[in-house]
Design a protein around this ligand. Structure first.
Ligand SMILES: [Zn+2]
Length: 443
C-alpha cells in the first residue's frame, strides 16, 4: 500500500522503536541488522494492519439477542425499536465490557485501528474513558467518540458534545495514546444546524476529525427535503460541515449532485456493506463516488467484526448490484480497508501501509487452506477470496506484538469474554422493560 502499490516477495521489514525503518530484500536486511529479534513470516502474507473506518463497539452486546419487538418495516423503525432502546439501557460498565471484547475480536482478526462512536443518553459524561481504557488494555488503536444527538433535548446534545471536548482535552496531553479523539454527530435528522456548526468549530480548533451518519435510510433524506428543502449532503455543505477529515458514514441514498459535493469538498465516506444489507437500506453508489475521486474507507457499523468478511461483502455486493463482474476489483477493496481508511482520519502518514517512517502496524497471515500458489500475483485474490480473520497469526501495533500465534498477548481473553457475556445478559434483561417511543420526525 505504498504509493507505487508494490507487492514484494522475499522481502523483509526492519522495525525500530515502533516504526518501520526499512523495507528491503531479506538478505540485505539480515546483513544490516545482525542480532535483531526476528519474526519469521516465510510462506505468509505480511500486510498493513486493517483500518475499520466506522464502528459501534457496543453493537457487540446485541449479537444473537432475540428482542421481543414488533418487526420493523424500515430503517427508522429499526432505530426506534432496536437501537434507541439499547442506547437508553447502556451503562458505563457495558461500554467498557463491549469495547474490550470488540477490541479483542478486531485485534485477533487483523484490525489495528478502528473508529468507534458510542451512544447512550444515560451514560454520557466520562464514558469515553471507559472505552479508551479497553482500547489501551488490548493495545489496539481506536478513534473514540460520543455520538451527539438532540433526540430527546438540546441539553442532551450539548452534553454529548461536551463529553467529546472533555476527552479531546484529556488526550491532548498524551500524544502516544492509542485511543484518539473524534467528534461524532448522530445524523442530520436528530440534530439542529446549531449543533453541527458548533461541532465543526470545535473540531477545527482541536484538529480532530468529525463523523456523522448520512443518508443511511431514506428517512434522513425526507427529513431534510421536508424541513430544509435540501438533500442531506446539500444541507451538511450549507451549514459548513463538509471538508477533509469529515467522514460521512453510509451515504446510501445520494444523488449525483451530492456525490459531486463530496468530491469538491474532499469529504470522505465510510462504506458499511454488511450493515446496509442487514438493515435493508440499499446499496451505496460507491462506484460513482470512486469515479469522482471520493475517498472511501470500509466499516462494519458494529455488525460483523471480521473485516475480511466485510471486504468480501463489499467485493460481491457491487458486482451483483450492477450485474457487472468487473464492477469492482479486489485491490480497490483492499485499499478501502487500509490506506483509504488511514487517510479518512488524517493518519495516512502514520499508518495504512508498510513504509519506512510509518508506525509498525503490521499483520501476518497464514491461510489455513491454500489450494493454489501464494505469490505476488495471487496474494490480493487470496486476501479477498481465501483469507478469514481466523487466519491472522500475528498482529503488531507500533511494533508491539498484541497477537502471537493467534493468541492475544495483552489481556485475558476468556475473562473479557465472560465479562461481556454477563453484561449482555443483564442488558437483554433490561431491554424487556426499556421502550422509549421517540419519533424524530414528529413536528
Ligand atoms: Zn453507524
Amino acid at each position: 500500500m505504498d504509493s507505487p502499490r508494490r507487492i514484494l516477495e522475499d522481502y523483509s521489514v526492519a522495525i525500530e522503536e515502533g516504526r518501520v525503518t526499512e523495507v528491503g530484500k531479506t538478505l540485505d536486511i539480515q546483513r544490516k541488522h545482525t542480532g535483531a529479534e526476528v519474526l519469521d513470516a516465510s510462506g505468509r502474507i505480511v500486510m498493513p494492519g486493517i483500518v475499520c473506518s466506522h464502528s459501534h463497539l457496543y453493537g457487540m452486546l446485541l449479537r444473537g439477542a432475540s428482542l421481543k419487538i414488533t418487526p420493523p418495516s424500515d430503517f427508522t423503525q429499526i432505530l426506534q425499536r432496536v437501537w434507541w432502546p439499547v442506547d437508553e439501557a447502556m451503562t458505563f460498565e457495558d461500554a467498557h465490557a463491549s469495547a474490550l471484547i470488540a477490541s479483542v475480536e478486531f485485534a485477533k482478526s487483523g484490525v489495528t485501528t478502528f473508529a468507534d462512536t458510542y451512544s447512550g443518553p444515560n451514560s454520557i459524561s466520562g464514558v469515553l474513558d471507559h472505552i479508551a481504557r479497553a482500547v489501551e488494555e488490548v493495545g489496539i488503536r481506536g478513534f473514540v467518540a460520543f455520538e451527539a444527538t438532540e433526540r430527546h433535548s438540546k441539553k442532551e446534545g450539548a452534553k454529548g458534545v461536551q463529553e467529546n471536548v472533555r476527552f479531546v482535552e484529556k488526550i491532548r496531553t498524551k500524544p502516544e495514546s492509542k485511543a484518539k479523539p473524534l467528534f461524532s454527530i448522530h445524523a442530520s435528522f436528530t440534530v439542529s444546524d446549531d449543533l453541527i456548526k458548533q461541532v465543526k468549530t470545535l473540531a477545527s480548533k482541536y484538529h480532530v476529525p468529525i463523523t456523522i451518519h448520512a443518508s443511511e435510510g431514506l428517512g434522513d433524506v425526507h427529513h431534510n427535503l421536508e424541513n430544509y428543502s435540501k438533500r442531506t449532503v446539500e444541507r451538511l455543505r450549507d451549514v459548513g460541515l463538509l471538508g477533509p477529515n469529515v467522514i460521512l458514514a453510509h451515504c446510501v441514498n445520494l444523488d449525483d449532485n451530492e456525490i459531486d459535493i463530496l468530491a469538491q469538498t474532499k469529504t470522505g465516506v465510510a462504506h458499511n456493506p454488511m450493515s446496509n444489507m442487514l438493515n435493508a437500506v440499499g446499496v451505496a453508489p460507491i462506484l460513482r463516488m470512486i469515479e469522482k475521486g471520493v475517498n472511501i474507507g470500509l466499516g462494519n457499523d458494529g455488525y460483523i467484526f471480521d473485516m475480511f468478511e466485510n471486504m468480501r461483502a463489499a467485493f460481491l455486493l457491487h458486482r451483483v448490484y450492477h450485474r457487472n463482474p468487473n464492477a469492482i476489483d479486489p485491490y480497490t477493496i483492499l485499499e478501502m480497508a487500509t490506506i483509504n481508511g488511514a487517510r479518512l482520519y488524517g493518519m495516512e502518514k502514520e499508518i495504512g501501509s508498510i513504509e519506512a517512517g510509518k508506525r509498525a502496524d503490521i499483520i501476518i497471515i497464514k491461510p489455513s487452506i491454500l489450494p493454489t500458489p501464494l505469490n505476488a500475483e495471487s496474494v490480493v485474490g487470496h486476501l479477498i477470496n481465501t483469507v478469514d480473520g481466523d487466519d491472522v497469526e500475528q498482529v503488531l501495533v507500533g511494533g508491539e506484538p498484541i497477537v502471537k500465534n493467534k493468541q492475544l498477548t495483552t489481556i485475558d481473553e476468556e475473562k473479557a469474554q465472560s465479562t461481556s457475556q454477563t453484561a449482555a445478559a443483564k442488558l437483554w434483561e433490561r431491554l424487556k422493560t426499556v421502550r422509549p417511543q421517540i419519533d424524530p420526525f414528529k413536528k
